[in-house]
Structure formats: structure tokens, C-alpha cells
Ligand binder design. Structure first.
Ligand code: SF4
Length: 183
């Protein structure tokens, strides 16, 4: 499904440092956005709360709406079962992207959004092509728009670091799940 500007999109978000540049870019690009925090992968709970708290602080300050979806982490562990020992960037991450994007698409569909996207492509550790492929497949399944993005482009990651400094965001040093923390 083609995506045009002036559309209302739900933006899957994982934390404030990844969201700052992406949210501001999307608004500057002409989209009406709402953030959607759904990350049952983040471990342990105090870290989950810290990331969510930083995002809430930033979105309040900037007047961005952020919707929060919470679910027991067991469902995420079920979704990545058998892939626990995969390297970061491998099949476990694909399953993790799928879980989070599928929930985002469903929420978007049920709540009158024209489509969805994710800030995950800002990370230099994540393959944007893989994320976009998964997003497009899910969009097709649920008949909703998916905005393909590669937020790393045009110095996106560098700009996200500058915004993190500007707003004093807490920046985590691991992706999120218990397996990425072990390294
Ligand atoms: S490393 Fe990151 S993307 Fe990969 S499974 Fe863990 S939390 Fe998900």
C-alpha cells in the first residue's frame, strides 16, 4: 500500500534516544504521528521502566502522544523460543522485530491510523532492509500502510546523538533483551 504524506501514522518506539530524531523528522516531513511503546523484550524491569520514563519525559516536553502497550515478557520469550543463542542481528532479532511490529500494525489498524512505522532503523546495529521487509509483510497481511524508513540516512544516527545530549537522555549500552545484556 502506498504511503502519502499528511497521513496519520503510528510509530513504534523503543526509547527516547532512538525516538527524538525520528519523531521530529516525521513531523517535519508532514506526518501526523503518535508513538507506540511496545517492547516486552526489554530486560530487566528497572531498565524497562527507565527507558519508558525517559520517553515519557521527552514526549511530554515535546507534546508528542505516546501510547503504551504492556504485556508479560513470557509472550516475548515464547516468540523467540529456540533462537536464544543466536547472534545479535540474527534470527532472534528478526523474530523480535516481528513481534513488536505485528502488535503495532494491529493497534494501528484497530485505532484508525493510516499506517505504521518504527524508529528501530535508526540504530547502526540494526539492518534497516530486514526491518522494512518484515514491516511490509505485516502491512500486507493486515492491509494497512507501512512507511519504509532508514532513519540512519542523512546522518540520522549522529543527529539522534546530538538530540540525546540536548535533552540529557539516558542512553543504554545494550539493545534490550537479556541475551544482548550478557555480551
Ligand atoms: S538483541 Fe535487541 S533486537 Fe535482538 S532480540 Fe534482543 S532486544 Fe530484540
Amino acid at each position: 500500500m502506498d504511503f502519502q504524506k499528511q497521513k496519520k501514522i503510528l510509530v513504534h518506539t523503543c526509547c527516547a534516544p532512538c525516538s527524538g530524531y525520528c519523531f521530529e523528522k516525521l513531523v517535519n516531513d508532514g506526518y501526523e504521528i503518535a508513538g507506540y511503546f511496545y517492547n516486552p523484550n526489554i530486560h530487566p524491569e528497572p531498565e524497562y521502566k527507565k527507558r519508558l520514563g525517559e520517553l515519557a519525559r521527552y514526549s511530554e516536553q515535546m507534546n508528542f502522544q505516546v501510547l503504551i502497550e504492556e504485556e508479560p515478557p513470557e509472550l516475548w520469550f515464547d516468540a523467540i523460543k529456540g533462537l536464544e543463542q543466536e547472534k545479535e542481528g540474527g534470527k532472534r532479532c528478526e523474530a523480535c522485530f516481528k513481534v513488536r511490529l505485528e502488535k503495532t500494525a494491529l493497534f494501528a489498524k484497530k485505532n484508525g491510523f493510516d499506517g505504521f512505522t518504527t524508529v528501530l532503523t535508526i540504530s547502526p546495529h540494526k539492518n534497516s532492509a530486514v526491518i522494512n521487509q518484515i514491516g511490509k509483510k505485516i502491512a500486507k497481511k493486515y492491509e494497512i500502510g507501512f512507511l519504509e524508513e532508514n532513519f540512519k540516512k542523512h546522518d540520522g544516527f549522529k543527529k539522534s546523538l546530538e538530540l540525546s545530549d540536548k535533552y540529557g537522555f539516558y542512553r543504554q549500552n545494550y539493545c534490550g533483551c537479556v541475551y544482548s545484556k550478557k555480551k
